[in-house]
Write a protein that binds this ligand. Structure first.
Ligand SMILES: *Cc1c(COP(=O)(O)O)cnc(C)c1O
Length: 359
């Protein structure tokens, strides 16, 4: 069977060379006489894999020395709890509400302290990034949390809020490694792996060292950043195979020219689809132009019936997972790093034909 063009929002498409290399090494990792899934995480071979993954990510994102990189489990969703539990001192934090994941982060954090929602775009189905009013920021907040790229609604932050000394904490699940970010601007960055890093089951946390070590006594050991940092993400058995695949993806990304080169490709890829949407008489994007995501592109026609017909015919033609999230409707194309340019070119051609045939 041929591979389809997979626009899944997550877990999502992985680079074919990565899958092929993993397949080749699955039964017998070079020099080990066994597969990565079968090895002890304490073995010398595996140590090289996890250290290699960390070093590559540090290089790709230019992570400064005073930041730890952690490979954890529990998805981005567990970070919604770990962040307040670990970072609260005053038990106060500022959050922006820009989509379903942001709202879930707020809901979870509220269990542990006073959450001040400083900006929201809920009034227009999260179709834009709300402007900041600094007078609403709490000077006693322990941190400021926002979602860098809103996977479901297709918006992204292009500028960071100015919070002075208050650490920025951001959910980069659907945009990490897609464009250049200056890690030194953040206190903590987290991302579930299953969009731009690898398979589900790994969560990456990049945390500034001075934020470690404040967890309360009741914090479970597995949720204490300091314990994971002290043990090099090996306090318990890490998701060994997922970290290995992440390493292969990092190697692939480096071969593409690293994040700056990938950003350029991503900008071109997104422009192909946005330009078509802006000129189409049938399809249109759903979010404010200046806030458009490079990774997730929701679009609609004016008729629910036509949306359904499009999704169905696209699937038959090999373009899968284009149905939009239930909260937006219509369609959504997720075009992460591993989505090749040709995938989008083919989709646009298909949309043009569909438009002509359904006038
Ligand atoms: C997918 C996603 C999540 C949820 O990730 P899990 O790993 O399933 O917990 C959270 N935030 C954003 C921005 C996402 O895209």
């Amino acid at each position: 069977m041929e591979r389809v063009v997979n626009f899944s929002a997550g877990p999502s498409v992985l680079p074919v060379p990565v899958l092929e290399k993993a397949a080749k090494e699955m039964v017998c990792y070079p020099g080990a006489g066994m597969g990565v899934m079968e090895m002890s995480h304490r073995s010398k071979v595996y140590e090289e894999i996890i250290n290699g993954a960390e070093a590559l990510l540090r290089e790709l994102m230019n992570v400064p020395d005073n930041y730890k990189i952690l490979f954890l489990q529990g998805g981005a969703s567990l970070q919604f709890s770990m962040i307040p539990i670990n970072l609260f001192k005053n038990k106060k934090a500022d959050y922006t509400d820009t989509g379903e994941w942001a709202a879930r982060a707020i809901k979870e954090a509220k269990k542990y302290g006073e959450i001040n929602v400083v900006a929201s775009s809920a009034d227009k189905t999260y179709s834009y990034i709300p402007k900041f009013d600094k007078s609403k920021f709490d000077p006693e907040a322990d941190y400021f949390h926002f979602t860098m790229n809103n996977t479901i609604f297709g918006t992204r932050y292009k500028e960071l809020p100015d919070t002075g000394n208050i650490p920025l904490v951001t959910d980069m699940s659907s945009c990490i490694l897609s464009e250049v970010y200056d890690v030194s601007n953040f206190g903590l960055i987290y991302a579930g792996a299953q969009k731009n890093i690898g398979p589900a089951g790994v969560t990456v946390v990049i945390i500034r060292e001075d934020l470690l070590g404040n967890a309360p006594a009741l914090c479970p050991a597995m949720m204490d950043y300091a314990i994971h940092a002290k043990n090099g993400s090996m306090y318990n058995t890490p998701p060994t195979y997922g970290i290995y695949l992440a390493k292969l993806v990092f190697e692939w990304l480096k071969e593409q020219g690293g994040v700056p080169a990938m950003q350029k490709i991503n900008e071109e890829k997104a422009a192909l689809l946005y330009d078509y949407l802006d000129n189409s008489k049938m399809f249109r994007g759903t979010v404010e132009k200046e806030d458009r995501s490079l990774m997730n592109i929701p679009f609609v026609t004016d008729s629910e019936e036509l949306n359904n017909k499009f999704v169905k015919e696209a699937e038959k033609a090999g373009f899968v997972n284009l149905k939009g999230h239930r909260s937006v409707g219509g369609m959504r194309a997720s075009i992460y790093n591993a989505m090749p340019r040709e995938g989008i070119l083919k989709l646009v051609d298909f949309m043009k034909d569909f438009e002509v045939n359904n006038k």
